[in-house]
Design a protein around this ligand. Structure first.
Ligand code: PMP
Length: 460
């Protein structure tokens, strides 16, 4: 078999261990085990340096929505490189890819969204959000409206502002976070935290934590509420149906901004162009990244509603920006990506075809002894691994069952991610029915193997 790399796996492993510090990794244990080396991607398939084919059930890191290896993106990038590979957008200048991308984004965003502020990633987008919402209120003569309300177990990035807005305790524990002016409320995670309440009751209770927090802090001090339509990195947490309408009511009645973090949900993941639309929400700002370029090159942005853009225009100079804001080559990749999504109707495909097809089969995995709940919206799904059914009891420990399950999954040829003992998937939108069947077969096999392990070890 043709292996698209120049050196044997061991060569890469040794150099990687010697020189590369990985994100969100325990360097010592990673290097003891050795990293997996991915050398090629085509559609939903990855190839590693040993020639194994692996179904990419996570679209890379929730981003390769159009699938790997599309030549149109490579061509657009090459063409742009030849024209002008870099210029800034700071000093009364712009360039064609920045303009064309901004206009194309305005075509697919909901009514009332016509402006975008570009940056390089989702984290930078949320840093921009923090400064923009506070600047918005200061410009309106309300500089005391500073506090941003976010949620526990949310993920909004790894920069100082992003990690502070996020509600990940292990991230806060390193580096003295969160920064002041951020309040975290509970998350709508019924499976873990619903107790005796029905999902509908719990959804309302979780939403009303927002109301209580605003009232306690004082509406005159709260700038915004930020949330992912479906929490991704937290474990694909799909809120009960009652949650978002109640949050929308609270945001309508209070004078605060609503920020829908669309870094994962944006550009089609839930079968609508933006996750907020899927839940009937009307945000004021939408940070985006990942799906904007399907991860082919790094680019992010904050989609700014006319309401906020008008005020930011009154601010005078907004002292914020990045060398790579609207990087021409990244913008060219994003334009080609959005055209593929639009012209091949991939968002509609998630909504009407592959989304429902995979969901029907994924939900049946709830019949497995090891699975306490299976859920999926659009192409974002999760399985809750439990020691006994039908209770919501968890395995004792720190999520190592999920890790074991993930290891089996990789070995079986399917990328699933684990968040503690929750298994998650978010496959590319181009997944075919046959590939969806294969994904389900491999997931079921993985559950069987994990279950067999646990029985052998006396855990179940
Ligand atoms: N927001 C959300 C909802 C995310 O899922 C992520 C990344 N997983 C980010 C922000 C941060 O994006 P990035 O990693 O591009 O900085």
């Amino acid at each position: 078999m043709l292996i698209h790399n120049a050196y044997p796996t061991e060569h890469y492993r040794a150099l990687d261990a010697a020189h590369h510090l990985h994100p969100f990794s325990d360097a010592r244990s990673l290097n003891a085990g050795g990293v997996r080396v991915i050398v090629k991607g085509e559609g939903v398939w990855l190839t590693d340096s040993d020639g194994n084919r692996i179904l990419d059930g996570m679209s890379g890191l929730w981003c390769v929505n159009i699938g790997h290896g599309r030549p149109e993106i490579a061509e657009a990038v090459q063409k742009q490189m030849a024209e002008i590979s870099y210029y800034n957008t700071f000093f009364k200048t712009t360039h064609p890819p920045a303009v064309e991308l901004a206009a194309l984004i305005a075509e697919v965003t909901p009514e009332g969204f016509n402006r975008v502020f570009f940056c390089g990633s989702g984290s930078e987008a949320n840093d921009t959000v923090l400064r923009m919402v506070r600047t918005y209120w200061a410009t309106l003569g309300k500089p005391d409206k500073q506090v941003i309300i976010a949620r526990r177990n949310a993920y909004h990035g790894s920069t100082v502002a992003g990690a502070s807005l996020g509600g990940m305790a292990p991230m806060h524990a390193q580096g003295g976070l969160p920064i002041p002016g951020i309040r975290h409320i509970g998350q709508p995670y019924w499976f873990d935290e619903g107790g005796e309440l029905t999902p509908a009751e719990f959804g309302l209770r979780a939403a009303r934590e927002l109301e209580a927090a605003i009232d306690e802090i004082g509406e005159d001090k709260v700038a915004a509420f930020i949330a992912e339509p479906i929490q991704g990195a937290g474990g694909v947490i799909i809120p009960p149906d009652t949650y978002w309408p109640e949050v929308a009511r609270i945001c309508r009645e209070r004078d605060i901004l609503f920020v829908s973090d669309e870094v994962i949900c944006g550009f089609g993941r839930l079968g609508s162009w933006f996750g907020a639309e899927r839940f009937g929400l009307k945000p004021d700002l939408m940070p985006v990244a990942k799906g904007l370029s399907s991860g082919y090159l790094p680019i992010g942005g904050v989609l700014v509603s006319d309401k906020v853009a008008g005020v930011i225009e009154d601010t005078g100079e907004f002292n914020h920006g990045f060398t790579y804001s609207a990087h021409p080559v990244c913008a060219a990749a994003a334009i080609a990506n959005l055209k593929i999504l639009r012209d091949e109707k991939l968002v509609e495909r998630v909504r009407d075809d592959i989304g429902p097809y995979l969901r029907e089969r994924w939900l049946k995995l709830a019949d497995h002894t090891l699975v306490g709940e299976a859920r999926m919206t659009g192409l974002m799904g999760a399985l809750e691994l439990v020691p006994a059914k039908p209770s919501h009891q968890r395995f004792v420990g720190d999520g190592s069952i999920g890790l074991r399950c993930r290891e089996h999954s990789f070995r079986n040829g399917l990328v699933m991610r684990h968040v503690h003992d929750t298994m998650v998937i978010a496959p590319p939108f181009v997944l075919t029915h046959e590939e969806a069947d294969e994904l389900i077969r491999l997931a079921a096999l993985t559950l069987d193997m994990t279950h067999a392990d646990l029985r052998r070890d006396g855990v179940m």
